[in-house]
Ligand binder design. Structure first.
Ligand code: G6P
Length: 605
């Protein structure tokens, strides 16, 4: 959601803040704006819609080096997407400008107080209260801007990362962070601020990850952070990861990266020849993990569906009871939190507001919190006691694809790591198979053209039912989510065994069924479910195992995938679901990387 950048240093401040902001487009937004010091003073430009609309407005302008620039992409929460609601927002005298990520929960209360004191608001946003509140403290006689800023922050309830410019101090950017991420890139003679490290890929070698409650200001040469300045860390993201390369969309690029990502994720962690699984992050907690009787996994969206597959893997291989919760439910549940339970938080971005709130609920009780996170240095990664990184690199496409696969392979590793009996044949077979999964996925990726043809064939349908059983049931949910997210059609995922309890009533030729029916323990059961659908005139597109001739008698269309062990089938089977959704959405002319109304990293509730 929303993106923030700020630049102060020896280069063109307008260009640099906007170039970095452009890298955050993937997060989802509906308007953009910038404040910079150009010819004759500060200039504010804002535009609704695509980033290009803003870029065009400032095409002939330059930002004076050494002076502050702050920029923002907005994803509407309070007030419709419009120029007046786009950030930066300002005070009555147009002396204080602010950009904001997060939500000011008590903004109504604050706005009423400020309006009573004569402040005039120009937007419907919650953000606008900040510049007015700072102005209010200055009007009351506060001489020091930073103190006025701090006092304003104390009054604000909610989550924020703020950048603020005081036009009387044009060579300085103030900032504050609570609950929304903010990083500061430190180069010689310049500071680059952003809400997401991706914005700084290729332009900052080192970054400071701010902690909640930290605030301060940056000038070209110096940066002050109170109460404590974080240590700069190497930024491991490369510019390559933030570029599409030869692919038309990030989503396609990222799906194609999967085999390499899985290999990178297994590197040093899986030693198939020795039957060994090593997870450094969990080793740190080995003693405490031994006493754990139950695992509770908490996540949102695609990470939640990956966790449902993780539940099956861990229950089966490690014989440990597992429960999976949606973070937005978990955080408000009156549930017993126990010492003998480990809580695992799964998040690609590591910033999802609900997952973070759920984590803090567990941390408040001093219980064992673990993370399975992709973005290095993200808040969830930092606040969990121990964990495992995905090593999937930056995922730019809003609808998660490669991160889902890396989550599945990590769950496989975690399940094997926790397995009680590591000497049996089953364990050895699984370890060996996991190592060759990337090669099997490579074979499935070659089916892209075949899936495109199917997408053409099914393009006119507006309803889909995805079915699976066992390990493929959560995958049916994920398949349906993917086509909903980017294809904007109604799709449901269901456990095939539940068909008789309702959904079969909907079966007719206008409601195609995507069935995941690979050769596993439940193959025959799944086949019976499909026979029942066929008998009622249902149209079936099946994902089946190579060599399965029988399925052709039931399904209208079949996509074959290589055989693998049942526990790892989702990793192979999800590729056709992702590619089908991708081609379907592209054919309909939709922006697959930035689907409408969605955000990559949901940093507000
Ligand atoms: C958003 C994204 C999804 C993602 C979900 C959870 O909805 O669009 O792709 O699965 O958030 O995000 P997380 O970063 O916590 O995995």
């Amino acid at each position: 959601m929303c993106g923030i950048t700020g630049y102060i240093g020896s280069k063109d401040s307008l260009r640099n803040s906007l170039d970095n902001l452009k890298k955050l487009e993937y997060r989802g937004y509906d308007s953009a704006g910038v404040l910079f010091y150009g010819d004759g003073g500060f200039k504010l430009e804002r535009a609704v819609g695509k980033f290009e609309n803003l870029d065009k407005k400032v095409a002939s302008m330059k930002g004076v080096p050494g002076y502050a620039a702050i920029a923002h992409t907005r994803w509407a929460t309070h007030g419709e997407p419009s120029e007046k609601n786009a950030h930066p927002h300002f005070d009555c005298k147009k002396k204080i400008y602010a950009v904001h990520n997060g939500i000011i929960e008590n903004y109504r209360e604050l706005k009423t107080k400020l309006e009573k004191a004569g402040h005039k608001f120009k937007s419907e946003t919650d953000t606008e209260v900040l510049p007015h509140l700072i102005e209010w403290y200055l009007n009351k006689g506060e001489k020091d801007f930073f103190t006025a800023f701090t006092k304003a922050l104390i009054e604000i309830r909610g989550a924020y990362s703020f950048l603020v410019v005081n036009v009387l101090e044009p060579k300085r950017i103030y900032f504050a962070k609570l609950g929304s991420p903010l990083v500061i890139g430190t180069n010689k003679g310049e500071h680059l601020i952003a809400s997401d490290p991706t914005a700084l890929a290729g332009v900052a070698k080192q970054v400071m990850y701010l902690e909640d409650g930290q605030r301060g200001y940056c000038e070209a040469e110096e940066c002050v952070v109170v109460p404590k300045k974080p240590k700069p860390e190497d930024l491991l993201l490369t510019l390559e990861e933030a570029k599409k390369g030869k692919y038309p969309h990030f989503m396609l690029k990222e799906i194609n990266e999967v085999p390499n990502i899985l290999k990178a994720g297994l590197l040093g962690r899986l030693k198939a020849d020795k039957g060994l699984v090593k997870l450094g992050g969990l080793d740190m907690m080995a003693k405490r993990l031994k006493g754990v009787k139950r695992l509770e996994i908490v996540a949102c969206g695609t990470s939640y569906y990956a966790s449902l597959i993780g539940e099956l893997l861990i229950e089966e291989l490690a014989d440990l009871p597992v429960e999976v919760s949606i973070a937005s439910e978990f955080r408000y549940k009156q549930n017993p939190l126990k010492r003998d339970t480990a809580y695992l938080f799964v998040s690609q971005s590591g910033e999802t507001a609900d997952t973070l709130a759920a984590l803090r609920k567990v941390n408040d009780k001093k219980l064992l919190s673990l993370g399975l996170v992709n973005v290095i240095g993200s808040t969830i990664a930092r606040e969990t006691k121990a964990g495992v990184y995905n090593r999937a690199g930056a995922e730019i496409g809003v609808a998660s694809t490669k991160a889902f696969l890396s989550q599945l392979s990590l769950f496989a590793l975690v399940a094997l790591y926790l397995a009680k009996n590591k000497n049996n044949e089953n364990y050895k077979k699984l370890v060996k198979e996991l190592e060759i999964i990337p090669e099997k996925i490579k074979k499935v990726l070659k089916k892209s053209e075949e899936l495109k043809k199917l997408a053409v064939k099914y393009q006119e349908y507006n309803n889909f039912l995805y079915l699976g059983r066992g390990y493929n049931y959560p995958l049916a949910l994920e398949g349906a989510l993917k086509i909903k997210e980017i294809g904007y059609v109604h799709a449901e995922g269901y456990a095939a065994g539940e068909m008789k309890h309702g959904p079969i009533a909907m079966v007719d030729p206008s409601f195609p069924i995507v069935a995941i029916i690979t050769k596993n323990r439940l193959y025959e059961k799944m086949m019976s479910n499909l026979e029942e659908i066929k008998a009622r005139g249902g149209k079936i597109l099946a994902i089946a195992t190579e060599g399965d001739k029988l399925i052709k008698k039931v399904a209208n269309d079949v996509i074959y995938v290589p055989a693998t062990l049942e526990q790892f089938e989702p990793m192979v089977n999800v590729i056709p679901l992702q590619l089908f959704a991708y081609h379907f959405a592209v054919l309909r002319g939709y922006d697959v990387d930035k689907p409408r109304n969605l955000a990559k990293s949901v940093t507000v509730e």
